[in-house]
Design a protein around this ligand. Structure first.
Ligand code: NAP
Length: 298
């Protein structure tokens, strides 16, 4: 049995951030202001706080302005909608991201719908979902866009390949399937009700696992030489008592003896998400400022 090539998402994300930083410097020069990303956090969820801090740091490191707005967990929806409305109208803000999940008393769909679609750098607004489905330029959710970048970097053209996406969430699975279709793959979307999942996966040249179940996809589910993108992030007990470690949705040790190429967890898809968020923000800045920009160069 062979050994799969490791798809280095961490390295690719570093390169992408460097390209974004070059574009951000050029934007500042042309527009006379920095591109700006606003992140809104409601409550004190520790994982969300870590993400927001990391997004802010990486935004500044790329030469863009970072605006952070924090509301208490018991803030009412009207307060949050008020913040979104101010950010929609603020010319210094090119991208708006409301960190999810929101507290249970808030309606996520209503809040996302309030974001100006041209500042919706997360790509969750129905206008952007529709643009993706119809092939119009818009914003695409960061994690699946990062996956398609890694696939194109690894395989070149994806046209004609059989792709199986496991998972049908609005954040990962569905937009991933749309992106693969746009690259002329033959796409199957599998989910918890799919019959004979291992048989379905075995037909795939490309497997994207976005489920949230540790080590679910086994080596004998894979067609030899398949390219495997593991989106899953699962925390499981580590070797030492009391310690945990991160694993994906794919059983990496066995799968990497059958796959042609595979993303590791951590270090594969994970680092791509924020890098693509910064990419989407610099794209938004150029569009909002009416400046010409070769988006494909990113
Ligand atoms: P989600 O909303 O919970 O969706 C999970 C999907 O998996 C659902 O469509 C579900 O099917 C399907 N599923 C569940 N059990 C299954 C089974 N036994 N067989 C086949 N399909 C099954 O999760 P998500 O937000 O898409 O995230 C998926 C994973 O990716 C999680 O581990 C998450 O942490 C990770 N993630 C990583 C990043 C990143 O790297 N930056 C970003 C986002 C998410 P049904 O629809 O039928 O219930």
């Amino acid at each position: 049995m062979g050994q799969a090539a490791i798809i280095d998402g961490k390295g690719f994300a570093e390169g992408l951030r460097a390209r974004v930083a070059d574009c951000a410097a050029a934007f500042t020069h042309k527009a006379g202001r920095k591109a700006g990303l606003a992140v809104v956090l409601v409550g004190e969820d520790p994982a969300s706080q870590v993400y927001v801090r990391s997004k802010g740091k990486q935004t500044v490191a790329c030469g863009m302005a970072s605006f952070e707005h924090t509301l208490p967990a018991d803030a009412d929806e009207a307060q949050l909608l008020g913040v979104v409305d101010r950010l929609n109208r603020d010319p210094a803000v090119d991208g708006i991201l409301v960190q999810l999940p929101l507290p249970a008393h808030m309606d996520e769909q209503k809040v996302i719908a309030a974001i100006n679609p041209d500042k919706d750098v997360d790509g969750f607004h129905v206008v952007n979902v529709g643009r993706l489905a119809t092939g119009l330029p818009g914003f695409v959710p960061c994690t699946p866009l990062g996956c398609i970048m890694l696939l194109q970097h690894t395989l070149g053209s994806l046209a004609g390949l059989n792709a199986v996406v496991i998972g049908r969430s609005n954040i990962v699975g569905k937009p991933m399937a749309q992106l693969l279709l746009a690259q002329s793959c033959t796409v199957t979307i599998a989910h918890s009700r799919t019959r004979d999942l291992s048989e379905v996966v075995r037909r795939a040249d490309i497997v994207v696992a976005a489920v949230g179940r540790p080590d679910m996809v086994k080596a004998d589910w894979l067609k030899p030489g398949a390219t495997v993108i593991d989106v899953g992030i699962n925390r499981v007990p580590g070797a030492e008592a009391g310690k945990t470690r991160l694993v994906g949705d794919v059983d990496f040790a066995s799968a990497s003896t059958v796959a042609g190429a595979i993303t590791p967890v951590p270090g594969g898809v994970g680092p791509m998400t924020i890098a693509v968020l910064l990419r989407n923000t610099i794209v938004a800045a150029h569009r909002n400022a009416g400046l010409a920009f070769d988006e494909s160069a990113l």
